[in-house]
Unconditional design. Structure first.
Ligand code: CDP
Length: 788
């Protein structure tokens, strides 16, 4: 569809260059570590070498003897203010600093406050801690066995390591469908722990101004307003009221869900600043970030799929064990402890489904964050896309043909899934067809058959995913009781330039550009004349922040609605200036004209000037509006990805030869930014498919706690992504847009895993857990006698 505005205005559909990039590519961004205040002190953290141990003694003497070290802060110090524990976003509790015992390796044990970063680090090395190791529970299955050591001894009535049981769907109907099925398949699928590993680690500068009694915290947070409220709720009893707290989230070097939680370092820095009256900076190093910050995934899934012998899918049954580490600190909506995992029927018209999830405590750091994913949708997509592939192979049907047969059809939208979601719009067959044409699917299948005869291993994998983004409608979505609306406030200045502030917070997605484009689309003010601000709780309207691809579906909609409120007033002013009735005016972006007299025109800039200089008697001056948008539904972006892999029979190495990604995020605001989001997302999907995993040995020692072992994809491992789009607008979003930021991360791993299994199915391989590393494949090939 051709854009409605000119390139000079730069509304929707224009690839406007990112406004933030001149700042970023010249190294002129302002990240938390760039904040330097006079008299600032530095905090560094002593961390536990044990995964589970009693703390017998903390001796600060050698540390405080180091020049520049001012204090060693322990859990006992915080206990005096009842700040040694804090609530998590899932209403569990998490230690700020321990008083009795540590629960995972690299947990915070004490903090050192010093006049320089170096003195603080020397202090950390000098603090002497005496530990008494306790039995370690690493495997969540063993954690739930009778007789397993109970980890949360702080919870008086807790007699086991079970956190919660959650189930959804019609069990009886699902069981009946399985009993009546002609074919069923069952598979155990493990989706391992991974870490977002953003370029910037976490950190803050806390400054308690004793004169004005005000706390300002610059911090790496994706949700500044929610953090302000949490701080006020947790520390209200020590005098930190919400109007005396200002959270500033400056430029952020990647968040991906990892910067939603409150980490102990933030709280200790705030406490240290309140006690000393000095600014306190805490910045994690890379290993602290990888070893102690929240993790994603870690789902142990058993899935079953049922079908008729004609290949019609009928039912899905899933049981999952979720390893949450020692506390449930996932940032899920309150009502859904397993996030949005129950979107697991995916793109398929299943008549019955039932899901059960159990959470378990283990001696690991908190897990369960939404890594570039709408809570648990990546786990859901991986499961259904793997299962559909297994069923297709089992029935001897081509996986593309099998999907085409079972897709929800365009005429079925709005579609109510067996697990209760109402999908807004979709054309799944259209996206798959386009991907198949682009990659030359039929020819690839011929090539594969040829190669197989020669003993070569080539696989073709499809992932036709359905995403669920835009949390969320307040009737279903809250975090700690805060409804998940979002906001936009617009002020048009007398000269026709504008400022718009939002409750979200970009971490690299380009909001300064795309929000300005939404306003340009609606108001006709050029995007370059619109300043977008986010992240300062003293100025921005309240919002729940940016994660789970909610910015476009929720705050983007707020921008459109606020713009339309501005236009309502602008119409009245234009009518006054043109001496016509408001209903006799015709609007096109940027100007009102009189019906039948197109030369009688007032531009938005003229109207803005009049709003301050010549507005009708009785009307308030100014041209401003605010919207707090509560979406009526989520948006359901989708896509079809096709991946071609070649497997080296000698080494087990998997090479992604081609990868075609067709995405549909409804109407597109900025095609260049969407393409960038998909490129980055695909690389973040390739990562867990082939490389990344955080595991633990039996003592709870983290494996993969540095970039030596935690393998991020570099340009060398990243194939040339071939991207494209279909456009199926959302019927309920004011701009017809859906989110896109995480689609590729969600959809890509299954395409790669399906391609690998497709290459090996004829050898009797049904499933390979990600990450699909060369040793894993080599062992399989050796067992099958393919290599020696
Ligand atoms: O919440 P987050 O910004 O991470 O995700 P998003 O809403 O999916 O948007 C990611 C980026 O893509 C933003 O800059 C959006 O404005 C842009 N986008 C777009 O240009 N068109 C869409 N239909 C969806 C997102």
């Amino acid at each position: 569809m051709a854009p409605r505005t000119s390139p000079e205005v730069g509304g929707m559909g224009h690839s406007v260059k990112r406004k933030e990039d001149p700042r970023f590519i010249r190294g002129k961004g302002t990240y938390v570590d760039d904040v330097v205040l006079p008299g600032m002190l530095y905090l560094d953290i002593v961390r536990s070498p044990f995964a589970h141990a009693k703390i017998k003694k903390i001796d600060p003497a050698s540390a405080t003897a180091i020049p520049g070290v001012l204090a060693v802060i322990t859990g006992k110090d915080l206990e005096k203010y009842n700040l040694h524990w804090m609530p998590t976003l899932m209403s569990d509790t998490q230690m700020v600093l321990p008083v009795e015992k540590v629960m995972y390796q690299a947990q915070e044990v004490a903090a050192v406050l010093a006049t320089s970063r170096y003195a603080a680090a020397d202090g950390v090395a000098a603090v002497e801690v005496e530990y008494e190791p306790l039995p370690v529970v690493v495997d969540p299955k063993k954690a739930l066995e009778p007789g397993a050591p109970v980890l949360r001894t702080d919870k008086k009535d807790k007699k086991d390591n079970h956190i919660w049981h959650w189930e959804w769907g019609d069990k009886a109907k699902t069981d009946r469908a399985f009993a009546e099925a002609d074919v069923t398949v069952k598979e155990d699928i493990y989706i391992p722990r991974i870490h977002v590993a953003s370029i910037e680690t976490c950190g803050c500068v806390a400054h308690f101004d004793k004169v004005n009694d005000k706390l300002t915290v610059w911090m790496t947070t994706q949700a500044p307003h929610a953090i302000r409220t949490v701080f006020a709720l947790v520390a209200g009893h020590v005098g930190l009221a919400e109007h005396k707290i200002r959270i500033i989230s400056p430029d952020i070097g990647g968040g991906f869900g990892g910067k939603v939680p409150v980490y102990p370092g933030y709280v200790i820095a705030v406490a240290a600043s309140v006690l000393t009256g000095k600014p306190v900076k805490w910045i994690e190093d890379r290993m602290e970030n990888l070893q102690a910050d929240s993790f994603a995934r870690d789902y142990h899934i058993t899935a079953e799929l049922a079908a008729r012998k004609d290949g019609t899918l009928t039912a899905l049954r899933i049981k999952t064990l979720a390893d949450h580490g020692y506390t449930d600190a996932a940032a899920n909506p309150s009502k859904f402890p397993a996030g949005l995992f129950h979107v697991c029927t995916g793109s398929y018209d299943l008549k019955a489904a039932h899901v059960e999830v159990d959470g378990a405590y283990t001696n690991k750091p908190p897990g369960g964050i939404a890594y570039r994913c709408s809570f648990r949708v990546t786990e859901a997509v991986h499961t259904i896309e793997r299962m559909v592939d297994i069923m297709a192979h089992q029935l001897g049907t081509d996986p593309a043909e099998f999907r085409m047969k079972n897709f929800v059809k365009p005429e079925q939208f709005p579609y109510k899934s067996a697990l209760g979601w109402e999908y807004d719009s979709g054309n799944y067959a259209g996206a798959l067809q386009k991907a198949m044409e682009r990659i030359g699917y039929a020819e690839l299948r011929r090539e594969q058959a040829e190669k197989r005869k020669r003993g070569q291993l080539m696989g073709i994998g499809i992932s036709s995913f359905t995403e669920i983004v835009g949390a969320g409608p307040s009737k279903h979505f809250d975090i700690l009781g805060l409804k998940m609306f979002d906001s936009c406030e617009i002020r048009i200045h007398p000269t026709g330039k504008a400022i718009a502030r939002f409750g979200t917070k970009s971490q690299g997605q380009g909001h300064e550009t795309t929000y300005a484009q939404i306003l340009a689309e609606e108001l006709g003010i050029p995007a370059k004349d619109i300043q977008v601000e986010e992240g300062d709780t003293d100025t921005a309207p309240y919002g729940l922040g940016t994660y789970a691809s909610r910015s476009t579906p929720v705050a983007g909609a707020a921008a459109a609605i606020a713009s339309r409120k501005v236009l309502d007033k602008a119409r009245k002013i234009a009518a006054y200036l043109l001496e016509a009735a408001p209903e006799d005016l015709v609007y096109e972006p940027g100007k009102f004209s009189v019906k039948g007299a197109p030369n009688r025109v007032k531009t938005i800039q003229e109207i803005a000037f009049a709003a301050y200089t010549n507005h009708p008697q009785g009307m308030e001056a100014g041209l401003e509006a605010v919207s707090y948008y509560d979406p009526p539904n989520l948006t359901y972006p989708f896509g079809s990805y096709i991946c071609v892999v070649d497997i080296d029979t000698g080494t087990g190495d998997v090479k992604v030869r081609r990868f075609v990604a067709i995405d549909d995020c409804g109407n597109i605001i900025n095609p260049m930014i969407v393409e960038g989001q998909v490129h980055g997302g695909l690389t973040m999907g390739l990562a867990p498919a082939l490389l990344e995993e955080i595991s633990y040995d039996e003592y709870g020692n983290v494996q993969g706690g540095s970039f030596i072992d935690y393998l991020l994809p570099t340009a060398v491992e990243t194939p040339k992504w071939e991207t494209g789009n279909t456009v199926t607008p959302s019927p309920h979003h004011p701009l017809g847009a859906k989110g896109v930021g995480e689609s590729a991360t969600v959809g890509a791993p299954a395409a790669i895993a399906n391609a690998v299994v497709d290459a090996l199915w004829h050898l009797g391989v049904r499933h390979v857990d990600i990450p699909i590393t060369p040793p894993k494949i080599w062992k399989l090939l050796r067992a099958k006698g393919i290599t020696d």
